[in-house]
Design a protein around this ligand. Structure first.
Ligand SMILES: [Zn+2]
Length: 473
């Protein structure tokens, strides 16, 4: 029997908010955290998957250099990770779409970059910067900053001789290779190891953190790794596995790496969360507000044992995410403004469930066990609209119909004067899976990564990914 929830598609973008102890950013695709500025290059705490990388590019594996660092086999807290059963994956590389529908691009590297294409008998290289432009259908021109041009047909692969070097694209730098493909426009993809990808994800999902929060970073690394492998398995026929925005996981490349996050990625290398022999669906969110949500309550999906509502509280009832700036919040609208927002946002939903007229009353008729709204009625001058679950957040947008969605579906309503509405709520995000601010609170309280994950994904186990067939080689 398969999982009751193993086949749940990621219909709703997993919108973890990348926050620190500051106001979370807008919850919409393409809203990277602006408060996670680069610290510049950091020590290569994670050994690149050189063999895997070479195989992906169709080359013979290269011997590891003498400077290769050993990956720690124990976590930083000194607690050894026990031996874990393995779970097969097709490979350990991931394809991250950096740009779609691109016509021009600029790449650079401190070392020589090799360009390979079926149309190039021998590989061609450039050093420093190089502009790329789509010349005609499926054909591109490379123009070296230092002078000199050449053409190639798509797809093309750009890689550095030393796979620990990065290739700059725009204002960011990426480990691994860059693959250019497409016909009418360019698709720019970063092909790198999942471990290298995570080094550019964890800092943006959790912010800059100190050693006292390393166990939360490890939990985030495992959750993000599991998500990455899950996505990787879903899009084998597509030209990329994930995008670099909040629609999947925010990825900033090598420029965002930080020592603490590198350490968390290295200490959990290859570890993923598994439930009944399948990769778990590791949703996560910023702040649960005291209790996480069940997936069936939020999105109407089948109930799932490990994605059920759990209390985010410790001994004595203290809430682990209470330090979040979005633990409690308040939102107010003028009657006319909210009426306009509802008219527009309800039109984006299912037909026949529209709001019209002027909003007169908001009434909450029912709640889920976790406290989030199950049934909310918006009574207008012409008709009424019913809504519940996470969708209510997409109706009650802040700052206008195109503004960020409501922080959470756990709120109460107060009529704040004759012509305005106020809601007071708790938490930020959909509430399913790991509460990121709670994970940080648990780490500060002394919990390790395994305990944190067991709290938010009860019944799951940690396993080590192994490339299918690797043992036979
Ligand atoms: Zn929480």
């Amino acid at each position: 029997m398969g999982l009751s929830c193993a086949s749940i598609p990621f219909l709703i973008p997993n919108p973890p908010q990348h926050q620190k102890n500051e106001e979370p950013k807008a919850e919409k695709p393409g809203a990277p955290s602006a408060d996670t500025a680069s610290e510049g290059p950091s020590p290569a705490a994670v050994q690149p998957d050189e063999d895997d990388f070479a195989l992906a590019l169709g080359e013979a594996p290269s011997p590891r250099g003498s400077e290769a660092q050993e990956i720690p086999s124990v976590n930083s807290g000194g607690i050894p990770w026990g031996p874990a059963a393995e779970i097969e994956v097709p490979g350990k590389m991931i394809r991250v779409a950096l740009g779609q529908n691109v016509y021009k691009a600029h790449f650079n590297a401190s070392e020589s970059v090799t360009v390979k294409s079926a149309s190039l008998r021998d590989s061609v290289a450039f050093t420093g910067g190089c502009s790329v432009a789509l010349k005609s259908r499926g054909r591109i021109t490379f123009s070296r900053d230092a002078g000199g041009r050449f053409e190639a047909t798509l797809p093309c692969t750009l890689s550095t001789i030393d796979t620990t070097d990065c290739i700059g694209y725009g204002k960011e730098r990426f480990r691994g290779a860059i693959v250019l493909s497409g016909t009418e426009s360019l698709l720019v993809v970063n092909l790198c190891s999942v471990e290298a990808y995570l080094r550019g994800v964890v800092p943006l999902e959790m912010g800059k953190r100190g050693r006292e929060e390393i166990e939360a970073l490890k939990a985030q690394a495992i959750v993000a790794r599991t998500y990455a492998y899950h996505r990787r398995g879903q899009h084998a026929a597509e030209p990329f596995d994930v995008v670099k925005t909040v629609a999947d996981q925010v990825y900033g490349g090598a420029g965002e790496e930080s020592p603490a996050c590198d350490e968390a990625v290295a200490a959990t290398r290859d570890r993923v969360l598994v439930w009944r022999d399948s990769l778990a669906e590791t949703y996560y969110h910023s702040t649960c507000g005291g209790r996480t949500a069940s997936i069936d309550e939020v999105w109407g999906k089948p109930a799932c044992d490990y994605l059920r509502s759990v209390n985010d509280t410790g001994n004595g009832g203290a809430v682990f995410c209470a330090g979040s700036p979005s633990f409690t919040w308040e939102e107010s609208w003028k009657e006319g403004d909210l009426s306009k927002i509802l008219r527009l946002t309800s039109a984006q939903g299912s037909p026949g469930n529209r709001f019209s007229g002027t909003l007169k009353k908001i009434r909450i008729d029912d709640r889920f066990g976790c406290g989030r709204v199950k049934k909310c009625v918006f009574t207008g001058s012409r008709d009424s609209l019913e809504c519940g679950g996470d969708r209510v957040r997409f109706l009650l947008r802040r700052n206008g119909a195109n503004g960020p969605i409501l922080r959470s579906a756990n709120f109460t309503v107060a009529k704040n004067g004759p012509r305005s509405f106020t809601v007071r709520g708790r938490g930020y995000g959909h509430g399913v899976g790991m509460c990121q601010m709670g994970a940080l609170g648990r780490a500060r309280a002394g919990q390790n990564a395994e305990q944190i994950l067991a709290a938010y994904f009860p019944g799951t186990e940690l396993r080590t990914v192994m490339v299918a067939g690797a043992r036979e080689r």
